[in-house]
Design a protein around this ligand. Structure first.
Ligand code: SAH
Length: 226
């Protein structure tokens, strides 16, 4: 999979993309991530990419021309499955969206700033808008990093044990059951006996019941979905 990110702050991705699973996925050549500085597509000598809003009002607007050039530059090279704009107005990001995106071959993610982007970009270039929550970030970079991290770990071969992504919270509309590791007894706080019993069938049953109970307690909304 190839992901192209258009941003005015490419250095914001250095941390999230150079550690842990996302780093390993790139090293294994399972995913290629390219960061494009939007200012490189500006026609202005000061590399300006924002301008005042028509009709006034507070805040600057990202101009259509540099973004159109950046997207078309990429589209000239290959077909993109989606051109995503990170936006608080978008579809609320969740595990099913991540599952779908993880099956794609080429993606563009456009990160907004200031008051947002010229409406015509949304009308003519953007195929999908994604929000990471009902709050306003100062820019799309953190949202893009969240989206990339979530979908990269779903691509087969990225996680050492592929079963592990499937057993994560949300994959079956349940949050995951409690987990434990050594020691069996810490200050008298014991690991549930069942997990040490070696009885696979009972353990699976226990895990499922725990997941169900925890979902009822913490996320009853998930049980009402679908
Ligand atoms: N004026 C806009 C907010 C702009 S915030 C409004 O009122 O709706 C600046 C940029 O941050 C946006 O263009 C978008 O790319 C990004 N952003 C802000 N909140 C976001 C969210 N919840 N999810 C994804 N991207 C977000």
């Amino acid at each position: 999979m190839r992901i192209d990110i258009i941003t005015i702050f490419p250095e914001m991705f250095v941390g999230p993309f150079n550690h842990s699973i996302v780093k390993r996925a790139q090293e294994k050549n399972i995913v290629e991530i390219y960061l494009h500085q939007l200012r490189d597509f500006s026609t202005d000598k000061h590399r300006k990419v924002d301008d005042y809003a028509f009709s006034g009002g507070a805040g600057m607007v990202m101009m259509i021309e540099p973004i159109a050039k950046a997207i078309e530059h990429l589209q000239n090279e290959r077909h993109y499955d989606e051109i995503i704009y990170t936006s608080p107005h978008g579809e609320l990001f969740d595990q099913p969206i991540a599952n779908r995106l993880s099956t794609y071959v080429n993606l563009i993610i456009l990160c907004g700033h200031y008051k947002g982007i010229d409406e015509r970009i949304r009308q003519h270039f953007i195929t999908k808008e994604i929000s990471i929550g009902n709050y306003v970030l100062s820019g799309g970079e953190l949202a893009a990093a969240v989206i990339v991290d979530t979908l990269v770990r779903l691509i087969p071969g990225v996680l050492g044990n592929e079963v592990s992504a499937l057993s994560d919270s949300f994959q079956n509309n349940l949050i995951s059951p409690p987990i434990y590791t050594r020691p069996r007894d810490f200050r008298g706080w014991k690991v549930p006996d069942i997990l040490l019993s070696g009885n696979e069938r009972l353990i699976e049953e226990w895990k499922y019941n725990q997941a169900l109970q925890r979902t009822q307690k913490y996320r009853p909304d998930m049980l009402n979905e679908k």
